[in-house]
Structures are given as structure tokens and as C-alpha cells.
Design a protein around this ligand. Structure first.
Ligand code: DX5
Ligand code: ZN
Length: 222
């Protein structure tokens, strides 16, 4: 198994010193960018301009999590802003075919395609669509806010995904988002996650640089 991927969420960063915050997570693999529109989720964050700024400030791949309605209208904009992966919510598209079509247009832009799934949404209908996605983001909190409590029951979805991806011999990456910390990351890794988003656990830590390494070691079982 390859090394666990750690993707700190800049939602928890101090935006008045964004450059320094990004330098502090130099040990990270990806940077997670949370886009919220105040409709799909009851919170607003930032949009394509800040995403492009983050892209200028770091050479790390941007994992762009779209918590927005009508994601199909925005994928090209976020591709241009520098997204390495675009993650849309299955709850924000009409049906499974629309999700597959959107994934194909994201890949057509040269960007990795991913879907995310809210805690109340079942994963089973999506298991035969995994071949169209480079990554699946399992939400382990209700999307909208950082700093919430991890929902361990979401690991059942991770186990189902792990089994299905392995059976189909796919490379789809399983990422988890919400409440990931040194206390919860080992359970998520044991369930089969490859990649881990962490906001407050990294940026509110005294030393974000070593916290990222600690999280990776815990996930790897070192
Ligand atoms: C929640 C966002 C998360 C959030 C994670 O809606 O999608 O990425 O920033 O924050 P923590 O790690 O603090 O739960
Ligand atoms: Zn997120």
C-alpha cells in the first residue's frame, strides 16, 4: 500500500497570513480547498479567485471540494483556477447518469474527477460507477463547517467502498473529510481510506508541520 495522503483543509487557516500557513504545511501531500455557496450548505467560504491565489502560493495539488449547487456550471472555472481534483456532491446532480457525465467532462478538462457523499446518502447505488471516478470523498461530518465531531459510523461506507474498489481492481482513491485528528485517523485508515482531509487538527495545532507528519505516521500504522 502506498503512503497515506494528508490533505489539510485551508478552511481552518488564518487567511490574513495565507502564504505562511501554506508554508507551514509543507509536509502535506495535497491542499484541500472547501468551496461553499450558502445554498448547498448553510455557509459561505470563498470562490475561484482565492483558489487561484492558493494555487499561486503553493506547488501542491489542489483538492477542490465543491459544496455547491449546479456544480456543472463551475467545473471549468475551477479547472482554470488550478484544481488538480474536482470533487462534486452526488446530492447536487440530477441522477447517476448526470454524475457520470460530469465526471467525464472534468476528466476532459485534464482534472481528476471525484464525488463526495453526505452522511445521510447511501453509497450502494454508486458502487457500479466507481470506474468513472479517480477519487471518492466520504463525509464524516455534515458538510458546511470545520471543527465538527467525527461520525465513526461513516466508516461502514469506507469498508464497502474498499471492498468494491479492490474487487473491481480499480485505483479509485478513498478520501475522508470531517473530524480527522490524531484520535480518529487510525480507525479511518484501518477501514480502508487512502487520503485524509484535516482542517482544525492541522491549522489549530501548535506545530502544523509536524502534525501533518504525525497524522501520516498514525494512518500508516508506524
Ligand atoms: C466541511 C469541510 C471540511 C472541513 C474539515 O464541510 O468539507 O473539509 O474543512 O474540517 P475539520 O477537519 O476541522 O473537521
Ligand atoms: Zn472538504
Amino acid at each position: 500500500m502506498s503512503a497515506p495522503i494528508i490533505s489539510p483543509s485551508i478552511l481552518a487557516a488564518d487567511f490574513s497570513r495565507l502564504g505562511e500557513e501554506l508554508t507551514a504545511i509543507d509536509t502535506a501531500d495535497w491542499v484541500h480547498v472547501d468551496i461553499m455557496d450558502g445554498h448547498f450548505v448553510p455557509n459561505l467560504s470563498f470562490g475561484p479567485d482565492i483558489t487561484a491565489t492558493v494555487h499561486r502560493l503553493t506547488d501542491k495539488p489542489l483538492d477542490v471540494h465543491l459544496m455547491i449547487e449546479e456544480p456543472e456550471k463551475w467545473v471549468e472555472t475551477y479547472a482554470k483556477a488550478g484544481a488538480h481534483t474536482i470533487i462534486f456532491h452526488v446530492e447536487a446532480v440530477a441522477d447517476e447518469q448526470a454524475a457520470v457525465d460530469l465526471a467525464q467532462s472534468i476528466r476532459g478538462l485534464g482534472v481528476r474527477a471525484a464525488f463526495s457523499i453526505k452522511p445521510g446518502t447511501a453509497i450502494e447505488p454508486w458502487l457500479d460507477k466507481l470506474q468513472y471516478f479517480d477519487e471518492v470523498l466520504v463525509m464524516s461530518v455534515e458538510p458546511g463547517f470545520g471543527g465538527q465531531k467525527f461520525m465513526p459510523e461513516m466508516l461502514e461506507k469506507v469498508r464497502l467502498l474498499r471492498r468494491s474498489i479492490d474487487e473491481q481492481k480499480l485505483n479509485t482513491v478513498i478520501e475522508i473529510d470531517g473530524g480527522i485528528s490524531p484520535e480518529t485517523i487510525e480507525a479511518a485508515a484501518a477501514a480502508g481510506c487512502d487520503a485524509f482531509v484535516a482542517g482544525s487538527a492541522v491549522f489549530k495545532a501548535e506545530d502544523p508541520t509536524s502534525t501533518v507528519e504525525r497524522l501520516r505516521n498514525l494512518a500508516a500504522g508506524v
